[in-house]
Design a protein around this ligand. Structure first.
Ligand SMILES: [Zn+2]
Length: 252
C-alpha cells in the first residue's frame, strides 16, 4: 500500500480550540498563549490494490478558492473523483472540515469527494448534530445524515474484508480507529487517540480528551500490538513523523 500524507500545514491550538497557522520564521513558540500545542493537520491518502482511501479530511482550507486537499492530491496526479472511500475517525472541526464544499450561491453543502463511499460511526454523527459539543460544526455536517454515499457504522466490523473499524471512544465519545490490512502490511490510523509518535511512547493523559485515561490505555495497547505485529502507525497531528513502521519485537 502507498501512504501519502496530505498536510494542510502546522498550527497552534490553545484552549479556545481555534487553529492558527504557524509560521516558524515569524512566530516564536513563547509568544503563543500558555498551554498551546503545535500540531500538524495531516489527512492520509492510502492507495491499495482496490481503493484510494482518504483517512479524515482536515480543516478544509482553500487556496485561491480551491480546497487545499484537492491541490495536495493533484500533486500526486489524483483528482477528487478518484477517491473511492473516505473514512472518518471522528467529526471534530479539524478532521471533518474537508468533508464538504459549500455552494457559494445557495450555501448548501455537498460531499467534497462525491464518488467516494463515506464511513462514519453512526453515534458520532448523532453526537455531532446534537449540539452538545462546540468541537463540531453541525451546520456543515447535517446533510450527511440521509446521504446515499454515507455508510453509518455501528461499533466494530469490516469494510470489504480488509479495512477494520472499531469504536474506541477515548478522544470523543464515539471516536473510531481504523486498521487496513493488505499482504503483509498493516496500517493503523488511531486518529486523535494516536496523534503523535511521542504520545505513543509516554504515559500521557490529554486534557482535551473525552476520556483521557481510556485514550492513554488504548495507546499503550496499540503500541504493544503494533510492536508484535509490525504495524505502521499513521499520525494525524505529528509535525516530524507522519508515519512510523514498527520493526517487530527486537527493535525500537
Ligand atoms: Zn478531535
Amino acid at each position: 500500500m502507498k501512504i501519502i500524507p496530505l498536510s494542510e500545514g502546522s498550527f497552534t491550538v490553545d484552549q479556545t480550540k481555534k487553529f492558527i497557522p504557524y509560521n516558524p520564521e515569524k512566530g516564536m513558540l513563547q509568544e503563543r498563549p500558555k498551554g498551546s500545542l503545535l500540531v500538524e493537520i495531516q489527512p492520509f491518502l492510502i492507495v491499495t490494490t482496490q481503493d484510494i482511501i482518504l483517512l479524515d479530511t482536515g480543516l478544509g482550507f482553500s487556496q485561491d478558492g480551491v480546497l487545499q486537499l484537492y491541490n495536495n492530491l493533484a500533486k500526486h496526479g489524483i483528482s477528487s473523483s478518484d477517491v473511492t472511500k473516505v473514512i472518518m475517525s471522528h467529526l471534530h472541526r479539524d478532521h471533518a472540515g474537508g468533508l464538504s464544499v459549500a455552494d457559494p450561491f445557495s450555501g448548501l453543502h455537498y460531499l467534497a469527494f462525491p464518488q467516494a463511499d463515506h464511513y462514519i460511526q453512526s453515534k458520532e454523527l448523532d453526537y455531532a448534530l446534537s449540539g452538545l459539543s462546540s468541537s463540531y460544526d453541525s451546520s456543515k455536517l447535517s446533510f450527511l445524515a440521509n446521504h446515499d454515499k454515507v455508510h453509518l457504522l455501528d461499533d466494530r466490523g469490516d469494510i470489504d474484508n480488509y479495512i477494520f473499524f472499531e469504536l474506541s471512544g477515548g478522544h470523543s465519545p464515539f471516536h473510531q480507529v481504523i486498521k487496513i490490512v493488505e499482504g503483509d502490511q498493516i496500517l493503523f490510523f488511531g486518529g486523535d487517540e494516536a496523534p503523535q509518535l511521542q504520545q505513543m511512547k509516554t504515559k500521557f493523559i490529554a486534557k482535551y480528551d473525552f476520556d483521557g485515561k481510556r485514550a492513554m490505555e488504548l495507546r499503550q495497547q496499540w503500541w504493544d500490538i503494533g510492536i508484535a505485529e509490525a504495524w505502521t502507525f499513521l499520525f494525524y497531528h505529528d509535525i516530524m513523523v507522519p508515519y512510523f513502521t514498527m520493526k517487530g519485537e527486537s527493535n525500537e
